[in-house]
Design a protein around this ligand. Sequence first.
Ligand SMILES: [Zn+2]
Length: 368
Amino acid sequence: MIRRLALLALWAACFTATVSGAGSAPGETDATGRLADTYVEAVAKLNEEHRRKPRGSEEQLALRLPNKAAAALSKLLDLEETEGLESSLGRCSEAALDLARVEDFNALQARRAGLVGQDAAPLDVALARPRFLLIGQNGLSVEYLERFAVVLDAILDAYDEVFGFEEWSKIPGKKLRLRVHLEERITSPPHFAPQFPFHSEVDFPVVDPDQLRSPTNDGKFLFYGLCHELGHVIAMWGSPSHDTDHHAWAHYTGVTITEHLAESRAFEKLGRNLRDARYGRTLQKERETHRATEPSLVDRDGVLATLITLHDAVGPKAIGAALNHLEREGALERVNAVRYHSFRKLEEGLVATLRSRKARRAVADLFE
Ligand SMILES: [Zn+2]
């Protein structure tokens, strides 16, 4: 699921608030506010420069934090407790995550833990991997995130094997971000949150504090949900107010990846707690369900039938190659840097990248 309309109104506001970054929050004293501003402004400046002209990885970008900003952070961490310190530490924590500076983040969380009255609320934890940054909330441990990272890496590997998408993040080089939060019950499903200025972020609720298990006892398909959300991260369709794929694309990539992993021997052990494919979250099940559905672009079933037909005619690698081609050519609509595709462009991308005339004809017939 993706929350489109509610987030739309927030986009402009969030964007401005985050990019401008600095500015003491209420309650901060001059001293804590100034130190926090120095760090937060430096992070925002680096990210802004990178967005305008991306080069290198987020790790490389993080190494370019000016000494002055690192020194300001050290001073802030050493300050005696004052009224505004908590708020300043909080602002710097978010900024540290914006550059995946996990060491800074941990030091800030440790300092927050030492503040009077902070023992009740569990602190956030973070874990960086080359392709993503995990943030654990509401009492999740770093060990939990390490186990979650193994699952997410397996899913991204599967996307590589099946589709071969070249660029995940909406800003090249920046890590994908997942905010994983422990809940008693899942009342709101996972969703792609497109509003962040520098990161593609997925909001992901879990109920088991030990490790990811799916489906949950009350039937939530979290593993499929994770594969599905990454489909949104790769490609949105239409415009923010009108999804021309009728929400079929992320379902298609979600069941395709769930099925691929269920059939992979390397996933055998890991998959014992991730049993979504056994409950019908597979491409094969959708193929059977939609055997008689006419491919079209008019509704969800029609689009799903179109994607399955395309998958079977040219293969998922060709679909990935077409999307990569469109990305390289800069031929996509972007809203807040998020990629928006159209089926007309997908057809153009396929025609430009497919070598076999038979495959090109199959595409032309499908989209005519
Ligand atoms: Zn969705």
